[in-house]
Design a protein around this ligand. Sequence first.
Ligand code: CP3
Length: 354
Amino acid sequence: MTELKNDVFLRALMRQPVPRTPVWIMRQAGRYLPEYREVRGQAGDFLSLCKNPDLACEVTLQPLRRYKLDAAIMFSDILTVPDAMGLGLYFVTGEGPKFKNPVRTADAIRSLSVPNVEQKLGYVFDAVRTIRRELNGEVPLIGFAGSPFTVGTYMVEGGSSREFPNIKALAKDAPDVLEHLMNIVAETTIEYLNAQIEAGAQAVQIFDTWGAALEGDDFRRFSMASMQKIIDGLIREKDGRKIPIILFTKGAGPLLADLAETGCDALGVDWTTDLATAREYVNDKVALQGNLDPATLRESPEIIRQGVAATLESYGNGPGHIFNLGHGITPDIDPDNLGALVDAVHDLSPKYHP
Ligand code: CP3
């Protein structure tokens, strides 16, 4: 194995001392970059890009050529998992993801099974191996999956949703059916993430974008319990290094205290909870990742720098902070503004690591 040249990200995830705060950006490979749009055009569409390991590798590396980032994230999507279960994923421009065969009824959910992950998602593991080879040890590679509840919202609603009427009805009227769905997706996700780790992913993030749409008890019963199950099933060490796990529940707020007890190494925090408060919730048990409002990237480089300074100050001194946005970068951002953010993290963070 090639030796890792920059491990500040992995060390910060384990709350070990670092000389500065590491930084990466959710959705760092994406539509705000003209070179991404170019390669997506070459592939034909987004899903074909995900399924082509060489092109997926190329777009993974693009943001690293522009910015001094401390991690790469494999280019893929959380909805490849239900696609592998036979739901038929497709994207409609302007409307986002859709499924040909959503699973709305108890019968449809009960007939789901764990797919052959090597066979159906082999293109993801090929991409991971290709990316690791091309990264040549510059920075670590993050693998990822969606949380069973977040993935489940798309499977049950058939696409993006604001209110989640169908899956929320299941939580109340047929909780055993929803629990079955959570279990099948969790079991598939364990195999999926472990195969990413075997292929070379050096940390993994679980994206729980919609879990906090549930009320507290339902959040713990469905979203948190299924993430806990995944954590319990993951490979935790490879080639003599720990494989850190990051959970990102958007809008978790005080639930961060519960999430810190799941055995994860780090929690993603969105901008609705400041990092000082989040740090109190988790009592320094886990590292924290975040949390600048992505909207700040529409402002001037000076305002962006002030936002970075305030975020670093809010976390304060000591290890265990990974700089990121509080959610993904949006397609309308000027790429130079992300450069201003990354440079500001490099300039301003060393003083928090005395
Ligand atoms: O962070 C990264 O750079 C890795 C790539 C990544 C993508 N999607 C690429 C993508 C990751 C980690 C995701 C996760 C994802 N996908 C989530 C959870 C995280 C989040 O942002 O909330 C969700 C809910 C999805 C499902 C999904 N895929 C949606 C809602 C969309 C947006 C549709 C749209 O038109 O805006 C996608 C498409 C998608 N996934 C794009 C990218 C770069 C844009 C597709 C394109 O190029 O047209």
